[in-house]
Ligand binder design. Structure first.
Ligand SMILES: Cc1ncc(COP(=O)(O)O)c(C=O)c1O
Length: 401
């Protein structure tokens, strides 16, 4: 008998393992060996889920909400989402045009699977969140970069979109506020994007997961609210992870065209079925909540953003846009590439971050994970004390250049 040789499908084997893994594994090892590591790589709020949501889930379980629900989510949750879309975003999605999944990441995965055929192209503005391109690959589609730059606050220019457009372009994914840049698209920018999508008949996937984390009184706009033509060409994605400190609860959702929602539901009916039942009940409580929980988190993040931005931009050789949203800063540290820092030559972001971790024990995510090697991503979902100490250490590190 020949030995068994386990073969991974070409589709999955082609997926890139996360470039951030090396850093986070190393950070954990260092911390376990007793080093005082400051982790600035977190992609989730550092607040606990509020008690009233934990109680809502507990009470749902006690009431027997431990069974399957409709694949698309309970009618109560879809009604609450429908009301949220209407009241907060000016979007008219009835419950049958809403689908709930196990986190916004799952929602996005479902959408990519439902709309992309092999060889189809999807436009991805860069710097980009780590999963969009891999999700495209998993649908045998081709992600196409649409570059944006720090020089104008990561504005998504129409010319850049036109340049990336081909007869195979099927969709455009946008993420405002953005992970990793924290950039928020202005109404004017969204109008340009919408006009491009309508003229070229392209579907827009609008990832609005950081919607609630917007600063300086800036206006958050859902692209689908800009008119009936863009509304019918958009699927709007959101979730509870970032707004309600519910990352582990895994609730995400989308509102969109009926045919697409129905395709997603069919796909999901053969993969995960419904999102966790009692988490759906807690999500109804979150969406109907009138307390100041979300605002308290937002204003805490805003204070931290002011702090981290003022400290990081005071370091010679580092430039950084003041982000209007999310909980990341995305400084450009490329002026240090090609130099020797604390005894080691540094040629790129991965080497910068690895050496930063080794020497001063600060964990940051190299920008190459987001297709922008000049930058690194620092999350400020951590205490002011950690922020001050991390930036002090980064300043000390680059002083050695
Ligand atoms: C831009 C973006 N979209 C979607 C997600 C997925 O969020 P979740 O699956 O926790 O709802 C994340 C999480 O990090 C994100 O940063």
């Amino acid at each position: 008998m020949s030995p068994f040789s386990l073969r991974i499908s070409d589709r999955v084997a082609a997926v890139q393992p996360s470039a951030t893994l090396t850093i986070s594994t190393k950070a954990k090892e260092l911390a376990a060996s007793g080093k005082n590591v400051i982790d600035m790589s977190a992609g989730e709020p550092d607040f606990n889920t509020p008690d009233f949501l934990i109680e809502a889930a507990y009470s749902a379980m006690k009431k027997g909400k431990t069974k399957y629900t409709a694949v698309a989510g309970t009618i109560d949750l879809r009604k609450a989402i429908s009301a949220k879309f209407k009241n907060e975003n000016g979007l008219d999605y009835p419950p049958e045009q809403i689908s709930v999944a196990n986190g916004a990441k799952h929602t996005l995965y479902n959408i990519f699977q439902a709309i992309l055929n092999p060889g189809d192209e999807i436009l991805v503005p860069t710097p980009d969140w780590v999963s969009y391109k891999e999700m495209a690959h998993l649908a045998s589609a081709v992600p196409v970069d649409v570059p944006t730059s720090q020089a104008d606050g990561f504005y998504l220019h129409r010319e850049a979109l036109e340049k990336a457009l081909t007869p195979k372009t099927r969709a455009l994914v946008i993420n405002s506020p953005s992970n990793p840049t924290g950039a928020l698209y202005s109404r004017k920018n969204l109008e340009e994007i919408a006009d491009f999508a309508v003229k070229n008949n392209i579907l827009v996937i609008s990832d609005e997961i950081y919607e609630k984390l917007v600063y300086d009184g800036a206006e958050f706009v859902s692209i689908a609210s800009l008119g009936p033509e863009i509304f019918e060409r958009t699927i709007t994605v959101n979730g509870l992870s970032k707004s309600h400190a519910m990352t582990g609860w895994r609730i995400g959702y989308a509102g969109g065209p009926k045919v697409l929602i129905s395709a997603i539901n069919t796909l999901q009916s053969h993969s995960t079925s419904n999102a966790v039942t009692f988490c759906q009940d807690a999500s109804v409580a979150a969406l109907n909540d009138t307390s100041d929980f979300v605002e308290r988190c937002r204003s805490t993040f805003e204070k931290r953003r002011d702090l981290i931005h003022s400290l990081i931009t005071a370091i010679p050789g580092i430039t950084c846009v003041k982000p209007l949203g999310a909980f990341y800063v995305f400084p450009d540290v490329s002026s240090f590439y090609g130099k020797t820092i604390m005894g080691k030559p540094i040629n790129n972001g991965l080497e910068f971050c690895a050496h930063l971790l080794d020497t001063v024990h600060v964990a940051a995510v190299p920008g190459s994970a987001f297709d922008s090697d000049a930058h690194l991503r620092l999350s400020y979902a951590t205490s002011e004390e950690n922020i001050r100490e991390a930036i002090r250490r980064i300043a000390e590190f680059v002083k050695g250049a």
